[in-house]
Design a protein. Structure first.
Lengths: 164, 385
């Protein structure tokens, strides 16, 4: 299976062969991969250099790479063929989800509005503070699914953006 | 005494009486109209503060007259929720300021000493993220002045306990009294590392009626210490608090490193409480060594399962302005989360492989319809544990 991986601004092509061989940017690499915490952490010796990679969060995909923070997104070959966006960062529809349960104090946008990345979309009161929820990417507001004044659970979709 | 210093406007009156400079401001305000008039007189920008508050909660900066009503409503609501007291007062906003605080100890015999300052300018939402001592911008002269002012204030109030007097210092080195924290603070380890004193033990001795076991002249400070507050917040999205389950934790150790932490693998970080998870403190013979130890410690630390401020702290310790000791309370708002270090080919290759494995592992665990009722999903997740 072939994948295209985005690490911050960098693209890397990865192939996991049926025979257990790894290809990075079309080059077969000598890699010793060990899962040190199930689904969470891997110790990888690549070309005789040792690295430790920890998943900080799966969605969005954030990695701790040898003590450095990296934003990652992965597209597999089926999605590549279908011309779809990445799993994680670059989907065409970006959802703003409630990061924690709380009281939605205000929604600052309406369907059809254009927003820049990091524009404030809603105010959520939690942890005794009012938190501005910012647009994860620029685009047009496709859907507002939440009403001001209501309580929301963590993870519910509040606003959907059709990203640029 | 605690009530006197804890109520902010009373504390401001006391500071003025003790000859400590105080920023232009008001008494507690009756209503929005009176407050708005006062704001006009002081001149924008102003900052609305809860009179019964602390820890930066419920504070609102108001830049223009038109924003006043909304800010007043929000601040009143937050003050009621956090402190059970809606009273607010106004202060002139001091921009490009440093938040410098002075640690004091006062016993029941009337002895008051100062232990040294902490620079706590690196804040978001008026709450601290990094503290250090000595303050990189504080010279011997300013230190002695702040120490003397803090002692005068405590003496005037008849204060007995460990405490902190907070100041805002402007770029000219002029300082204004901010507030008194009548308690041991989150950042006290910074002072403990530099002075070698155990503030908790001293606080207990004071409470038991014992006198301070040393005088001002006997207090020595050595080297520099920095504290990073690791919080359950996502620095990539404006420090929005996060909650969830911590899947994996590794804390740093080594020479000059202290970790005060509540973290453990498998813990659930709830959304109802403060987001502080752990404090990492580094001490060195000088600031440079403290920074280098802190960088190493942060690079060693791992938290998996929820976003934390670790990504901010790691980056901040390499920021030019931080390294040079040239920063103020706007440091966090100027920080660009998009700016990340370049990865070498080897690191990028390994990271890319792991990214693929992570997505595959997560996809397998998630291959259940999301539309299930909550109880069914909870049951299934339990079975997978």
């Amino acid at each position: 299976m072939r994948y295209e991986v985005t690490l911050d601004d960098r693209r890397v092509r990865v192939e996991l062969g049926e025979d257990g061989r790894f290809t990075v940017d079309d080059r077969v690499v000598a890699a010793d991969v060990r899962e040190t915490a199930r689904g969470r952490q891997w110790s990888i010796i690549l070309e005789s250099e040792s690295h430790e990679i920890t998943v900080v969060t799966h969605e969005p995909l954030r990695l701790d790479v040898d003590g450095r923070d990296v934003r990652a997104a992965v597209i597999d070959e089926r999605a590549l063929r279908a011309g779809r966006g990445a799993v994680g960062l670059r989907t065409a529809r970006v959802e703003l989800r409630a990061p924690m349960p709380g009281l939605l104090k205000a929604v600052h946008v309406q369907e059809g509005d254009r927003v820049d990345a990091d524009a404030p979309l809603a105010t959520l009161e939690a942890m005794k503070m009012e938190n501005e929820l910012l647009a994860p990417s620029a685009g047009r507001i496709a859907k507002v699914r939440a009403t001001a004044g209501t309580k929301v659970e963590a993870g519910v979709v509040l606003i959907v953006i059709a990203s640029d | 005494v605690q009530r006197l210093l804890g109520e902010k406007t009373a504390a401001r009156r006391l500071a003025r009486a003790a000859g400590v400079p105080v920023a232009e401001g008001t008494e507690p305000l009756r209503d929005a109209a009176a407050a708005r008039a006062a704001a006009k007189e002081i001149g924008y920008p102003v900052v609305l503060k809860p009179a019964g508050g602390g820890g930066g909660k419920g504070m609102r900066v108001v830049g223009r007259d038109e924003e006043f009503e909304a800010a007043w409503r929000a601040a009143t609501g937050e003050a009621s929720a956090a402190f059970g007291a809606p009273a607010l007062y106004l202060e002139r906003l001091i921009t490009s300021a440093r938040h410098i605080e002075m640690q004091i100890l006062a016993d029941a015999q009337g002895n008051v000493v100062w232990l040294g300052e902490r620079d706590c300018s690196i804040q978001r939402r008026h709450q601290k993220l990094i503290e250090e001592s000595p303050g990189p911008s504080v010279g011997e002269g300013l230190r002695a002045e702040l120490g003397a002012a803090a002692v005068r204030l405590a003496e005037r109030a008849g204060y007995v306990n460990a405490g902190t007097v907070e100041f805002l210092v402007d770029p000219n080195g002029d300082f204004n009294f901010l507030e008194v924290n009548t308690r041991l603070q989150v950042e006290h380890p910074v002072t403990e590392m530099v002075t070698g004193l155990d503030l908790v033990a001293l606080q207990l001795r004071i409470a038991a009626g014992e006198g301070l076991p040393f005088t001002q002249d006997q207090i020595t400070r050595s080297g520099a210490a920095i504290e990073c507050r690791i919080t359950a917040e996502d620095p990539m999205t404006g420090f929005v608090p996060a909650s969830g389950r911590v899947a994996l934790v590794r804390e740093p150790a080594g020479p000059g490193i202290r970790v005060d932490s509540a973290l453990f693998s498998g813990m659930t970080v709830p959304s109802e409480y403060d987001s502080l998870l752990a404090k990492v403190i580094a001490h060195g013979r000088d600031r440079e060594e403290a920074i280098s130890r802190m960088r190493r410690a942060l690079a060693e630390m791992r938290v998996s399962g929820i976003p934390t401020s670790l990504a901010f702290h790691r980056a901040a310790l390499y920021e030019q302005d931080f390294v040079a000791g040239r920063y103020d309370t706007d440091f966090v708002s100027r920080w660009d989360p998009q700016k990340m270090p370049d990865l070498s080919d080897g690191v990028a290759g390994a990271a890319a492989l792991a990214a693929v494995l992570a997505v595959r592992a997560h996809g397998e665990r998630r291959a259940v319809p999301v539309a299930d009722p909550t109880w069914a999903r909870a049951g299934r997740e339990d079975a997978l544990r």
